[in-house]
Design a protein around this ligand. Structure first.
Ligand code: KIV
Ligand code: ZN
Length: 519
């Protein structure tokens, strides 16, 4: 059976998409999870694009030593030098060089002739190879490129030392049949192709990202580029979980599998959604809330008789936790650790202490504590760990207490008390606003002297029942830099969850602005 390499670009192509940006700590938490998931290659960023991206690629190279760590680079020496600086201390570094090969891109974007593009490929792939033993070359917009020219571009890249050639459907234009035929054509016409990995990178503009990638695997591709939850530019990239589970479930058809530990899929998906604040659609294949829910009576009957009647995958295989009641208010730390471990979370002692305190508080507030509750507590806890040092970071600002007055025909007034970690000072204030949250957010801005604008706000219940945990997600923008920050908070009290989310966003803003100053 063929082994297909999984090249995860959640931290590069995925992170580039609006609303999905992550700070350094979050990227490291995610990179460690991707390593646990078993991806072969992590594209950690585009090192030249910003000092923060450079720093992230360097840090990820240390955080996930089991994976090959790639940085993207355009076909020029400065990009390649910077990419190499960022990945060179990785155990398995890769430089990913790209240039566009379609007529429209060469003419209007690059303003280069086809001959110049071919020369740049030879020169720059060769230059990258002189630094790094593992080179991937991508022909951007390959699927809309002239096939003969594309074959020449890939032949040049291989002659100059590329170990992997990547065939992107950059604008998600192709159909599965066309992509399969393109791979077949390249296998016949590219010199030396039998000695390198053939990779595909499909966007999802027409909803065919996964289907196109799988058609390429069927035609002989040996690497697939994808993202967790399919996040990415515009309509996103091919989704990792769909590709992996399609190959696993239909091994009979594809005769191919991956190195992915599928039991880590659900956790990876939830972690990413938690970090970015981008929810997963209930109907999303593999990881959506409804992916394994059976509502219709006839389906339920079939499921009870034999799960195979309506279920082609076992949710256990994907690591989806059982929703049953797991712990009560009298459960001890040992039981909590056991439950978390059975859900795939290995928790160090100091972290367990903190989760246990939160669990006890929750058990007092809720009648039942389910695995979804525990998952929410754990995911939120993992967000405040500084993975670079393994130590808990003290957030810049913490919510201490709050109270609101609201109702029809009365002023909406909020009182908020916070603690600043730099001065260890308690601060409080009162404001009125269009609603209690508007008032509370105003108080926080005023106390901290920040100009943060609320861009988006959502709240949803994480678990079932009237006493379920609410998860609030806010997106705020900094008036000074225009940058967007996402914060999330959980509580059985939705006002508290909203304030915690707002403060989490503010903390990220302060973190980032402090990091820029220290650069
Ligand atoms: O979509 C694309 O073409 C890319 C390349 C840089 C690989 O992301
Ligand atoms: Zn892309």
């Amino acid at each position: 059976m063929r082994k297909i390499k999984i090249f995860d670009t959640t931290l590069r192509d995925g992170e580039q998409s609006p609303g999905c940006s992550m700070n350094l700590s979050e990227k490291i938490v995610l990179a460690k999870q991707l390593e646990k998931l078993g991806v072969d290659i992590i594209e950690a960023g585009f090192a030249i694009s910003s000092p923060m991206d450079f720093k992230s690629v360097q840090a990820i190279a240390q955080a996930a030593p089991e994976c090959t760590i790639a940085s993207l680079a355009r076909c020029n020496k400065n990009d390649i030098d910077t990419a190499w600086e960022a990945v060179k201390d990785a155990k398995k570094p890769r430089i990913h060089v790209f240039i566009a090969t379609s007529e429209v891109h060469m003419k209007y974007k690059l303003r280069m002739t086809p001959e110049q593009v071919l020369q740049a490929i030879t020169d720059m792939v060769g230059y990258a190879k002189s630094k790094c033993p593992d080179i991937e070359f991508s022909a951007e917009d390959a699927s809309r490129s002239d096939r003969e020219f594309l074959s020449q571009a890939f032949s040049n890249a291989i002659a100059a030392g590329a170990n992997t050639i990547n065939v992107p459907d950059t604008v998600g234009y192709s159909t599965p049949q066309e992509m399969g035929e393109l791979i077949n054509y390249l296998r016949e016409h590219v010199a030396g192709i039998e000695n390198v990995d053939i990779s595909v990178h499909c966007h999802n503009d027409l909803g065919m990202g996964t289907a196109n990638s799988l058609a390429c695997v069927k035609a002989g591709a040996t690497q697939v580029e994808c993202t967790v939850n399919g996040i990415g530019e515009r309509a996103g990239n091919a989704s990792l979980e769909e590709i992996v589970m399609a190959l696993r479930t239909r091994r009979d058809f594809y005769d191919a599998d991956t190195n992915i530990n599928t039991r880590e899929i659900y956790k990876s998906s939830r972690l990413l959604s938690n970090i970015t604040g981008v929810p997963i659609a209930p109907t999303k294949a593999i990881v959506g809330a409804n992916a394994f829910a059976h509502e219709a009576g006839i389906h339920q009957h079939g499921m009870i008789t034999n799960a195979q009647t309506y279920e082609i995958m076992n949710p256990d295989e994907i690591g989806i936790p059982h929703r049953a009641l797991v712990l009560g208010k009298h459960s001890g730390k040992h039981a909590l650790r056991e439950r978390l471990e059975s859900m795939g979370y290995e928790i160090p002692d100091d972290e367990l202490e903190d989760i246990f305190t939160r669990f006890k508080k929750l058990a007092d507030e809720k009648k039942t504590v389910t695995s979804s509750d525990l998952e929410a507590l754990t995911l939120h806890r993992s967000r405040i760990i500084r993975p670079e040092s393994g130590e808990s970071s003290v957030p810049f600002c913490q919510l201490v207490s709050h109270s609101i007055t609201s109702g029809s025909g009365v002023p909406k007034i909020s009182y908020v008390q916070i603690r600043r970690s730099d001065t260890n000072k308690l601060m409080d204030g009162v404001e009125s606003g269009a609603g209690p949250l508007d008032a509370a957010f105003k108080v926080i801005n005023k106390m901290l002297g920040v100009e943060a604008r609320l861009e988006d706000f959502s709240i949803r219940s994480v678990t079932e029942g009237e006493d379920s945990i609410g998860e609030a997600v806010v997106k705020i923008s900094s008036a000074s830099s225009g940058e967007m920050y996402t914060g999330s908070g959980i509580s059985t009290d939705i006002v508290e969850a909203s304030l915690a989310a707002y403060i989490a966003g503010i903390n990220k803003m302060f973190d980032e602005e402090r990091a820029v100053v220290s650069d």
